[in-house]
Ligand binder design. Sequence first.
Ligand SMILES: Cc1cc2nc3c(=O)[nH]c(=O)nc-3n(C[C@H](O)[C@H](O)[C@H](O)COP(=O)(O)OP(=O)(O)OC[C@H]3O[C@@H](n4cnc5c(N)ncnc54)[C@H](O)[C@@H]3O)c2cc1C
Ligand SMILES: C[S@@+](CC[C@H](N)C(=O)[O-])C[C@H]1O[C@@H](n2cnc3c(N)ncnc32)[C@H](O)[C@@H]1O
Length: 654
Amino acid sequence: MSTLLQHAQIDWDDQGRPHSRQYDDVYFAVNEGIEETKHVFLGQTRLAERFANLAPHACMVIGETGFGTGMNFFCAWQLFAEHAPSDARLHFVSVEKYPLSQQDMARAVRLWPELGAYTEPLLEQYVAVHPGFQQFTFADGRVSLTLLIGDVLEQLPQLDAQIDVWFLDGFAPAKNPDMWTPQLFAQLARLSHPGTVLGTFTTTGWVRRSLVDAGFAMKKVPGIGKKWEVMSGAYVGPLPAPAAPWYARPAGSALPREALVIGAGLAGSASAASLARRGWQVTVLERQDAPAREASGNPQGVLYLKLSAHGTALSQMILSGFGYTRRQLQRLQRGRDWDACGVLQLAFDGKEAERQGKLAAAFDYDLLHTLARSEAEAIAGVALPAGGLFYPEGGWVHPPALCQQQLQHPGIRLLTHREVLELRKVGDHWQAWAGAQLLASAPVVILAAAAEVRRFEPCAQLPLKRIRGQITRLPATTSSRALRTVVCAEGYVAPPREDEHTLGASFDFHSEDLAPTVAEHQGNLALLEEISRDLAQRLGAPDLDPEQLQGRAAFRCTSPDYLPIVGPLADAQAFAEAYAVLGRDARQVPEVACPWLDGLYVNSGHGSRGLITAPLSGELVAAWVCGEPLPLPRAVAEACHPNRFALRKLIRGK
Ligand SMILES: Cc1cc2nc3c(=O)[nH]c(=O)nc-3n(C[C@H](O)[C@H](O)[C@H](O)COP(=O)(O)OP(=O)(O)OC[C@H]3O[C@@H](n4cnc5c(N)ncnc54)[C@H](O)[C@@H]3O)c2cc1C
Ligand SMILES: C[S@@+](CC[C@H](N)C(=O)[O-])C[C@H]1O[C@@H](n2cnc3c(N)ncnc32)[C@H](O)[C@@H]1O
């Protein structure tokens, strides 16, 4: 799978319209771009009528090949805004092999000032668009966009969605024969259902025949402008094979859209936000006096991407999560709540330098690149022991600000000082109890209480570990303010926020005590010394009295494979019985439905990188709950699935 991003190479004609150098074709017809979109894609699929007839709270899912300048998306969104009931949602999924650079996107959308209400929000969020699934939310969450960055033949097979309407775009078949293939049409069919419709500008004979072979009933219809005819179609083929039962989607429910979220850290607030944006009434139960008082309570956390050149599930999750978090941060105040000051990972030894070299070869320059020591020092503003790998879009975040921002939705009610001790299922509802007190109840519960989720019977078997960590707060000095980027070696130090640098962080696998210790402050100072002796001097570190240092400690919560645990929960005992046969033959797929605990979900295990994984996991859990397109490749969602451990136990017998 390609991890290397290639932007669209565009030539602008004398009237300011884009032309693709890669495909030697125009993005849209001269003079008639918008009219053509409206006719071919919106008109042929009778989209206005479909939007107007959406059932209460329904979500229309549109799939597109070739996002390009996004014109089809903007026009569909405009039509949705004009015709759909106010509680309906639009989820637009589009694949793009060569995304426009930010500059080109800004230039392209200037062509349609009349679509400004739709193009401006995209431009604001058009950051950190890297290969793989990239999730966006607009219009207070009424509109979601999942961009799949990569070749359509590589990306669509990873998509888990039911598409209602296809926009089959992409340059003309003659100019782009690699895309218009039976494999593509098979994917369109796999993602369709009876009732799915399709619009395309091409009437090429073999495209029509291939679509028919794939299960679409196609017809030619009158075109527009220079196109005499275009095509529309409807899916009439068979339903796709279902996923393995342990990773299948639990059946949806007709119960009221009300949920409880337990825990108001990054995972809980993200889960609440993603559900509230989908029209749910969410009650968040938090045991502390305010959100973000435990792991998510540090003054600064780092947006640090620990990637693999091999495109592992974790690496894909990180790249998608990073993009999504960055887009959420655009809504926060830069300098106070976060800063995109970049993150520099020092090449502190030969092995690390080698690892960094491989990453630099595997990923695009805008995401990360190596810097020689002098270049790194120029960027960091302090003397450094080595060069390293620079992530220009990274930075630091004040996690409580991100939690607060996510909880600020009229659909969310936060109840503090509520420690849930027990969950009970009574009828259709889950009840949250604290001793004899019923705190709240709802048909859906998201457990987002980090390692504390294990106190609830359905999560008791999840292999979550607590790892204590401590950060040290260092008052900025006149000369330490020169630090302009986050610098990491074994530890990390950030440029000042409210005139204090955060220095982190220790790892202690055994301690259960959260009182900050002097020994760990000393350990953090040693980490600082390793990062930059110059910075340590500027901060007066040699003269600091460790007894007087301020800081805080909290528990990270990690899983054995370092992926978060996100998704629906099953009854452990019934699961082991239902799939016991896997212990004898791991290739069996028994036709036994998974014994889901209806309405119960988990979002935990964010380890040392919750800033990157927790916000997107909110979207993932909401997609599971609402039956919407998953915002991550199916394989990555399965790699994060709570059932993975029970499954491995059955197969490996341990
Ligand atoms: C020292 C340290 C440094 C870190 N540095 C970084 C970093 O630089 N970058 C990064 O991305 N990540 C970092 N992390 C990790 C990051 O902080 C976590 O991944 C993230 O905060 C986890 O969020 P969470 O919501 O899962 O957990 P938490 O923030 O712990 O939230 C769980 C919430 O559940 C509540 N709760 C628990 N039990 C109950 C109950 N029974 N009833 C009601 N409420 C309950 C808790 O009070 C808490 O508010 C760091 C962590 C630590 C400890
Ligand atoms: C005609 S343009 C899209 C027009 C677009 N709807 C717009 O309004 O700008 C076709 C797009 O398809 C993309 N594309 C072509 N082949 C592709 C492939 N194999 N996988 C993914 N995207 C592809 C191109 O990069 C280009 O952006």
